[in-house]
Design a protein around this ligand. Structure first.
Ligand code: FAD
Ligand code: DLZ
Ligand code: SF4
Length: 560
């Protein structure tokens, strides 16, 4: 399904070259929040409804957005990710101009562009004789360091600086750290319950500390395979013409991955579009969201998922409004939308999203170095092409290259699971995830990848590694029935598949090999003990053949 079309215009040229501004306000590419108090002024109307209205034009303030090589090149991004950021930034700059604000938008291909936030801001401060710099707290540690240096440099020049909150998240940066002070593990469930209580979300109005239904978490109901007869909604897509941006990126020599259709770019990049996407999700997908949250199916690349992560991460939508809209849909249609669907969705946003950000700020910069299993392997070459005979990986990677999107279980249990079983260095895994997904920003990428998916933090985020064999994949998807590999075999010495002689599914031997290799680190984990009992009970010959098969596969990862 396609929604309205919009062609992002190249930003109008700015005519403020000689003008003096007292204040420069820096807006980063993931701070496109029109509801921020920078752009609002409380109405002084005497009536009860003190509604927010547009701020009066601030003649002394210059808003600055910029496309810079520091950001396009710190990792190799998917072409759709760069385009989405630039298109959204350009549309946001237009919106500010339409409201009468002075905006300086620096395009990537402008000769004056110095290609870092710091250098460009300092140059503009000089050009416009700026006395005061304001910025919103960045979400990434790397950028936080740049902006702190910038503020220090400004101080030397007699320019004052002030950092504002982004007014986006529902928890403070420090909240997770404070909640788990002195603890080795940060339990999502503990944090999630604290957030439900804090906001009174899905809580019992008569007993405000208790969940509405008496049960906090319906995770166990969120694990159904998609029936072959299921009706899957078509994803809501746009047809933006982004040829201008794509041509500029090519001419500038920005290296990207993945593909794009420049005359029909599919992602929502403006607030109105993001709201349409939210509306579509609430009306057509929420009903089945929880039930099929973990399902994977070759018939659809997004199933019942919201695809709202980009819009939220760049702050076109606030998590609060997303949650409120969906709760209101559930309240309007309580017979169609079971409680487990809405609880499953709220948990992702009020729970996981906020929690991951809290873990990030509690653990950076050390988190970047974590490699609990001391893994060293390289990512197989086919992670960049999808050219593998493993059907699950081929599907998950090809759709990622085509749409810059995969849903959570594809990220966790297909690509992430395989990288962990194959012993890939977490740096390699991080670089891949940080580049390929439209929503990838380090605060939410690294905690999910290094933490949840690779267990490289040794168990801060997860209580045990997320690893699985073909058995899980087959339970949750239709991938295995059309695969070159045999889901039921552990090794190729197994002669049970007399008909087709398909090779053994690599996940099976790599799974046991993983537990075998890391016995010293995992055997004492109470949630894993059973696996070692099974491994130890395995027939000695069978175990040897399985581990040998894993060795063969690990030595030939690129050819799988
Ligand atoms: P839905 O399934 O519709 O979920 C709704 C919303 O819940 C999402 O938009 C997202 O904001 C939030 N959410 C769900 N799960 C998580 C989670 N684990 N952590 C944080 N928020 C969550 N998400 C990102 O936004 N950026 C990333 O770079 C990113 N990298 C990931 C890497 C790995 C290895 C894994 C396992 C997960 C990653 N996630 C990341 C989390 C999650 O996979 C995506 O948020 C989700 O797939 C986005 O699609 P959606 O909007 O359709 O989500
Ligand atoms: C992801 C991204 C890219 C590719 N390019 C830019 C850019 O040129 N200018 C910009 O302001 N932001 C960009 N972004 C998003 C930033 O990486 C993000 O705003 C910071 O990392 C702060 O979290
Ligand atoms: Fe993936 Fe193995 Fe299933 Fe093939 S058989 S789809 S490789 S899990």
């Amino acid at each position: 399904m396609t929604s309205s079309q919009y062609t992002p215009q190249p930003p109008q040229s700015d005519h403020h070259h000689d003008k003096t501004y007292h204040t420069l306000r820096l807006v980063l590419g993931d701070q496109l929040n029109l509801a921020h108090s920078w752009f609002r002024a409380e109405s002084s109307a005497p009536d009860a409804a003190r509604t927010a209205r547009l701020s009066p034009v601030q003649p002394d303030v210059l808003y600055v957005l910029m496309e810079v090589r520091d950001e396009t090149d710190y990792v190799r991004h998917h072409i759709q990710k760069v385009v989405a950021f630039f298109a959204a930034m350009r549309a946001f700059a237009d919106e500010l101009r339409e409201r009468g604000h002075a905006v300086r938008y620096i395009r990537l291909d402008e000769p004056e562009n110095l290609h870092s936030f710091r250098a460009n801001v300092l140059a503009l401060c000089q050009q416009h004789r700026v006395r005061h710099l304001e910025y919103q707290a960045p979400d990434e540690y790397r950028v936080e360091m740049h902006l702190q240096e910038l503020a220090a440099q400004c101080a030397k020049l007699g320019i004052t600086a002030r950092c504002y909150d982004t007014e986006h998240f529902l928890s403070r940066r420090e909240e997770v750290r404070e909640l788990f002070r002195g603890k080795k593990q940060y339990l999502l469930e503990t944090f999630y319950r604290s957030m439900r209580r804090k906001y009174g979300t899905l809580m019992n109005p008569e007993q405000p500390n208790e969940p509405l239904t008496g049960q906090w978490n319906y995770d166990a109901d969120n694990r159904k395979k998609l029936p072959a007869t299921a009706q899957i909604p078509q994803p809501l897509l746009w047809k933006h013409n982004v040829e201008d941006i794509v041509t500029m990126l090519t001419r500038s020599g920005v290296e990207t991955i993945g593909t794009i259709e420049p005359s029909a770019f599919v992602w929502a990049v403006r607030r109105g579009e993001a709201l349409e996407l939210l509306e579509y999700f609430a009306r057509h997908c929420l009903e089945y969201f929880g039930t099929y949250q973990d399902a994977m199916d070759t018939r659809s690349w997004s199933l019942f998922h919201s695809r709202l992560s980009f819009a939220m991460n760049v702050k076109l939508l606030s998590p609060k409004e997303v949650i409120e809209r969906c709760i209101s849909e559930w309240q309007q249609r309580p017979h169609a939308i079971e409680f487990s669907q809405i609880e499953g969705f709220v948990r992702q946003i009020l729970g996981w999203r906020e929690y991951m950000r809290g873990v990030y700020w509690a653990c950076m910069p050390d988190y970047r170095q974590k490699n609990f299993f001391a893994h060293t392997a390289q990512l197989p070459a086919w992670y960049w092409t999808g050219e593998t005979q493993m059907n699950c990986l081929r599907n998950a990677i090809k759709q990622s290259l085509e749409y810059a999107y995969a849903h959570h279980i594809q990220r966790l249990m297909v690509t992430g699971n395989f990288a962990l079983l194959a012993g890939v260095h977490p740096d390699e895994v991080d670089a891949w995830y940080l580049g390929i997904y439209i929503d990838a920003l380090e605060w939410v990428e690294i905690t999910n990848t290094r933490g949840m998916s690779q267990f490289a933090d040794g168990g801060i985020v997860g209580t045990k590694p997320y690893v699985a064999s073909a058995n899980y994949m087959d339970k949750m998807s239709n991938y295995c029935s059309h695969c070159h590999y045999d889901k039921s075999k552990r090794h190729n010495a197994d002669s049970s598949d007399t008909a087709a002689k398909r090779p053994a599914c690599p996940f099976n031997s790599l799974y046991w090999d993983f537990y075998h290799r890391h016995r010293d680190k995992l055997a004492r984990n109470p949630r894993i003990g059973m696996m070692y009992k099974t491994l130890d009970r395995m027939d000695a010959q069978e175990r040897a053949a399985t581990l040998k098969q894993a060795e063969t596969y690990k030595n030939n990862l690129d050819t799988l």
